[in-house]
Design a protein around this ligand. Sequence first.
Ligand code: DGJ
Length: 729
Amino acid sequence: MIRFNPQTKVLHLTNGKMSYVVYVNDYGYLETLYFGAPLTDADDIHCLRRSAEWHDSSFYYDKKSGKEYRHSDCYMSNTAPQELSAHAAMDKRYAPLVIRQADGGYLTDFRYVSHTVLDGVPDVPGMPHARGGDCQTVDFLLCDGYGLQLHYYLSIYNDKNILLKSMLLVNDTPHTVHLLRAMSLQLDLPDAQWEWTHFCGRWQKERDLVRAPLIDGVQSISSNRARSSHEENPFVYFSRRGAGPTAGEAIGLNLIYSGNFACRVEVTNYGATHITYGISDEDFDWVLASGQRFHTPQAVVAYSADGEDGMSQAMHDFIKQNLVNRRLDDKTKPILFNSWEGCFFDFDTQRVLSYIDDGRTIGMEMFVLDDGWFGARNDDTAGLGDWRVNTDKVDLKRVVAHCRQCGIQVGIWFEPEMINYRSDLFRAHPEYALTGNADQASCIRHQFHLDMANPAVVDEVYRQLSAFFDEYHPDYIKWDYNRIVCEHYSSALPAERQGEVYHRLTLGYYHLLERITAHYPDLFIEGCASGGGRFDLGTLYYAPQIWASDESDPAQRMEINYTTSLGYPLSTIGAHVNASPVANYRTKAILALFGTYGYEMNPNRLTQEDREALNEVADVYHRYHKDVVENGTLYHLKNPYLGNFMSMQCVSRDRNTSLVVIINRKKELDRFRYLKLQGLDDDKLYHNDYENAVHTGEYYRKIGINYSREWLDEFSCRLIVLKAVDANE
Ligand code: DGJ
């Protein structure tokens, strides 16, 4: 609900579980008065405004009257918490917007004109965005001295603790301006008693948790690789000092975007926190001609007054209910078998058929042929860009027919945005590749990135992919992306627009996805980028799940899945059982169950015992995955970064069923171990199949499952199923 009091000029966004309060001051700046636990009354601005008498340096000189004035209204133009700091003015904190105006100056100073309250949330044309829901948006119209207009959108969800922030810049002046920074969010918090957690990484070690106190100066994370990246994920969160999963305030941030981003966290000399977040401004220079408009992506803000899991759950609910493609995500998902780690590029028709037959013995319901089926592709040096079946290598018609006969769905791998120099497409159109303008170009995995800023390239890739879809009718594609952009120079754009290349590459990616999802609405897309190098909300809008990492060794993967799930629902986390010798198949399968669940090994080599273990977990998948893991509520019980155990718990929405995983890395010799559970109904009775005992929800919450009875060797992994039982049963 959004309430505006015209007397006090206070705008109160609240859903009864949190409040966000903005004050329109006498100068037209939007001051951030409050963000936190819900307020019943936010009208008393004098209580809410901080440091009211401290404006000794905040004066201004009026050129017309030739006089100096003290800011009225207690406004501190350099330090007041705001929604939008001005640039090239007294405020020296990072501004979210920087514009080089037609006169060459950098003054970017937008003031309030009016506001309207809308139901829902406005779409962001050409980009992924929240799909509405039970929410309202304030559309602030602001204007600068040059006549540029800015719509600043601030939305609140009524059914979850989520805010959205984004901007739309409209150039209705006769002049061209340069947008040098166009971020989505500024968030000012009045103190710095927070720790922030972000997720750095690399190939096979994505989303490695880093927690650090906020300290004086600027700390930042970013990507300049043209993808959200392995190196830093766009999800970050802030915890009140001392907060943990079940207590304390937490604020999560994410961006509905897949390209370069930057999140800057500044602790000011007055000890306040100033955050700006959005598209990275590195080499960003967007030419906004007269009559043009520019939309920033939407930033997502999740809030919890009751611990980090509350913040995570708000993010999960938003992603599941308001972001992903429900038409695809709501379907019951088949158990997927992927060919990659089983045979890599080394297959022929017979081998593929044998994988399908043996995959069926472990419950496979969809067969995915990974890399190597097209063009001249027998290793990674050739073929990308030529999306026609290599019929000398594999008879794909026969493979598809075999799957259909067995009632198995069919999936196939693509890497649409890439090109090998050893390909017909490159030979015909070398200008389609982003190779820069020097004599040498970076070559990663023997391939180049396509110039997705060129609409002709998007057309060509769409033409090839749709020809394949129309002939083979796959149910699923894995959309891979195995290199970063190095030479961000597009020969399709004029010199003055090279500062648009990074963002246009991302827009080209979205444009291709838009066309594919519009024409093939039932085609399920799984995102991928050398594992989890593009695990972000932009991709999730089109692809309801993303391959989380090329690391499926359970010792590493349990950390990757755990940290990823702090910001993203388990249903989005592509997780497969592979042939890693580190743990047995049962353990690996239980871990994959707390993700999408699938297989990726040579199924010809499985023993009878392996098959039995996998079938047992496949059975659990069918019984509980949809309601409990995919659509349930997730609790993080034991953080593997803080000890020997990793444990997560999912609870169905009706709170009748719960699945718990607990695993230790090293031998565990502690004697007294009780696993306290969350999310159950205190008054209900639940049977747990670990102790074969029945206790109340309150008992599980306060005492927990006695986990001390066993000797725990390395990688002792348990799956515990709890079911509500009738007192009379
Ligand atoms: C990287 C992906 O992460 C793998 O799963 C696999 O699809 C390979 N690419 C294929 O080249």
